[in-house]
Write a protein of this length. Structure first.
Length: 171
């Protein structure tokens, strides 16, 4: 029986395991649709440290190169989650685990949203500069904020998972 452990438990793929990467991808698609008609034919996509444009490309190319990584990361989240559910179903016996595999799988799938959020911000910054000549934050500042927030969330998740495992082992 594929997808079943010896205990007969299946950890099937759930869309909620990749909800954040899918939401960020959807938001990126909406931003691309909204801003596409507002962009000039030649779009600045790389900026100097003072915020002035450094390199230019056609708007179709820039939109493609901002959406393509989003799609690939969402696909990677789905593939990782699907693969981990298959492995968990085959090799993990729930009565022997201290940590809930379902939580770890959801964490792994949704963690991919961190680089997607940073890429989405870069895309928004490119679109805003080319349509309104406005920059939000420097990309490095936003990246630092995102990584610190992500690190805090991951730390809390791991502490909860370990705490749940310790509680189970004491019983």
């Amino acid at each position: 029986m594929m997808g079943k452990s010896t205990a007969g438990v299946s950890f099937g793929f759930k869309w909620s395991d990749i909800i954040l990467p899918l939401a960020v991808l959807l938001l990126a698609l909406v931003l691309a649709v909204v801003f596409y008609s507002r962009l000039p034919d030649e779009v600045a996509y790389r900026f100097q440290s003072d915020g002035s444009p450094g390199e230019w490309a056609g708007r179709g190319v820039v939109v493609l190169w901002t959406l393509l990584p989003q799609m690939l990361l969402a696909l990677a989240a789905g593939a990782i989650t699907w693969g981990m559910t298959r492995l968990a179903s085959r090799f993990i016996q729930p009565e022997e685990t201290r940590v809930k595999p379902r939580r770890i799988i959801a964490l792994m799938g949704n963690m991919i949203a961190l680089p997607q959020i940073i890429l989405g911000f870069a895309m928004l910054d490119i679109f805003l500069y080319n349509s309104n000549q406005v920059h939000l934050l420097p990309l490095w500042v936003f990246t630092l904020i995102t990584m610190v927030a992500g690190g805090i969330i991951l730390s809390i998740s791991f502490v909860r998972a370990i705490g749940g495992g310790v509680k189970v082992s004491k019983e």
